[in-house]
Ligand binder design. Structure first.
Ligand SMILES: Nc1ncnc2c1ncn2[C@@H]1O[C@H](COP(=O)(O)OP(=O)(O)OP(=O)(O)O)[C@@H](O)[C@H]1O
Length: 492
């Protein structure tokens, strides 16, 4: 009361204590169910202990072994065993570093980081990042699953709470990275409700990848797996040329040239032997392809009528070869005796979009579409390089079955190149550093996961070596058997 006026008391805001439902059960029911509850509790405890042993096998087995040796044999035996084990590990690391790192070091690191970083901070971080939910007094928390440390990254599985979407995690990638002391975080959708977070600590592709020695073995060239660099997991980065069309997109200086020359480098023995024929168009007046013209059976340093005529010539060849193959074979093979043709167009936009002559522009676009859409089976591959992936520039991006996104400016460009949803699985090509030209995200049709990789660094000196490889006097040029006249001849 204040003066004569009545003031309503403040509403009660305390949390009313809630009693669990079983509290209200009759006493005899509680007594009867007690042994069952105890057994279930025991089972739960055993399951938790087994899960703990599986999650921390090194710590659990190691701890148990130390305890048992100490109890049964005493301190000196324990010291001796520890020293012997340490010596054994040092010898293993010295003799075979890679297997030691994989089987011992990463295992220990995994358990250490899980126990010291992810488990203690998981609840707080997910709460503060609004990734947990409170509803009717119950907390819904994303479940921390398997953790795998690989030195440069930690892979952390997460089961999302109901009604959550990967976009919510995607939007908090930076928050998560900073919270767990990582440089960046990628979000990958593994299956419904399950995500994998990649916490990146360093870039395994930070250093240029040197080109391997120039091979001279034609048999080693595999058109289904042309190795052009290294993936971030350390495996060779291979591109499929046979039965595939390749689009390489990147801002100026992103390293498109290195992808292009890495392909030529690997194909070199087959080109010299005549099994593969390179045809090139370089609208930049030869600045790129002019560095090694001997690799090409035909090359045009222009985007005008000559370039369009070359494209139309190849489109006609595609149709002619396809008509001969019809009903005989479904895919080009070496046994056909005809060379596999790789058409390289440096800056495709200059030819199909930036030409002032509308007629030339349309003819060029039609020819490239014919080659990309029909060239698969008769043995024609297009390697198109472009800076701007917009639909107005390359309206038929979907015809390229392998797409390589080097450094790009905006997230929307990544979606244009790699397709919807691929960026959400971690392919952040717009985040590639300017300091790492040649690094790219690659998406191949039929493979769900995009791959991050770096092309070989093909230097000017390497290009001189490549040019010498094609002009060397002792180069053996294998003549192709005469082209068969018809399907019957080819089948034989
Ligand atoms: N894979 C690589 N590793 C290391 N450095 C590279 C790699 N690729 C390219 N570079 C370096 O990056 C610079 C630009 O490369 P490049 O000319 O290939 O880019 P680009 O995308 O073709 O550019 P533009 O569109 O202007 O032709 C060059 O100095 C080159 O040495």
């Amino acid at each position: 009361m204040s003066g004569n006026r009545w003031v309503d008391p403040a509403p009660f805001e305390g949390v009313r204590p809630r009693l669990p439902w079983w509290f209200f059960l009759p006493r005899w029911v509680k007594v009867v169910s007690l042994p069952i509850v105890l057994v279930l509790l025991g089972c739960w405890l055993v399951v938790r202990l087994v899960a703990l042993a599986l999650r921390y096998p090194v710590a659990v087995v190691g701890g148990l072994a130390v305890y048992l040796i100490y109890i049964h044999f005493g301190l000196w035996v324990l010291v001796f065993v520890v020293l012997a084990l340490t010596g054994g590990l040092v010898i293993w690391a010295g003799l075979h570093r890679s297997s030691y790192v994989r089987h011992v070091w990463f295992r220990v690191l995994t358990e250490w980081r899980r126990a010291t970083v992810y488990v203690p901070q998981w609840r707080t971080v997910t709460r503060l990042a609004d990734l947990s939910k409170d509803s009717r007094g119950k907390e819904y928390r994303p479940k921390l699953g398997r953790v795998r440390s690989e030195g440069w990254r930690d892979r952390v599985r997460v089961r999302m709470v109901p009604a959550q979407s990967p976009d919510q995690w995607e939007a908090r990638r930076d928050n998560l990275a900073h919270s767990f002391n990582a440089k960046s975080c990628r979000v990958r959708v593994l299956r419904p409700r399950v995500l994998e977070l990649d916490f990146i600590h360093s870039d395994p592709l930070g250093r240029p990848v040197l080109v391997p020695a120039l091979a001279d073995d034609v048999a080693a060239v595999n058109l289904k797996r042309v190795v052009v660099g290294k993936t971030e997991t350390g495996r060779p980065w291979s591109l499929r040329l046979l039965g595939s069309q390749l689009l390489v997109v990147g801002v100026p200086g992103a390293g498109k040239g290195s992808v292009l020359w890495s392909i030529v480098w690997q194909l070199a023995p087959a080109i010299r032997a005549g099994l593969v024929r390179l045809v090139g168009i370089d609208p930049k007046g030869g600045m790129e392809l002019g560095q090694c013209p001997d690799a090409f059976a035909k090359v045009v340093y222009d985007s005008g009528p000559d370039a369009v005529a070359l494209l139309e010539e190849i489109a006609t060849e595609v149709k002619e070869r396809a008509s001969r193959y019809r009903g005989v074979r479904r895919l080009w093979a070496r046994s056909t005796g005809e060379p596999f043709t790789v058409l390289i167009v440096d800056e495709l936009a200059d030819v199909i979009a930036y030409q002032t002559d509308k007629n030339l522009r349309e003819r060029a676009a039609r020819a490239v579409q014919t080659i990309t859409s029909q060239g698969r089976a008769p043995g024609f591959a297009v390697v198109a390089l472009v800076q701007d992936p917009r639909k107005e520039i390359v309206g038929f991006r979907h015809l390229f079955t392998t797409r390589v996104a080097l450094r790009l400016d905006e997230p929307v460009q990544v979606d244009m190149v790699l397709g919807e949803g691929v960026r959400q699985r971690g392919a952040a090509a717009h985040e590639i550093s300017e300091n790492t030209p040649g690094v790219a995200w690659v998406k191949q049709d039929g493979r769900r996961e995009p791959e991050r990789a770096r092309a070989f660094h093909v230097t000017d000196a390497d290009l001189v070596e490549l040019a010498l490889f094609f002009t060397a006097e002792d180069a053996t040029v294998h003549e192709f058997p005469g082209r068969p006249d018809g399907p019957e001849g080819m089948a034989a």
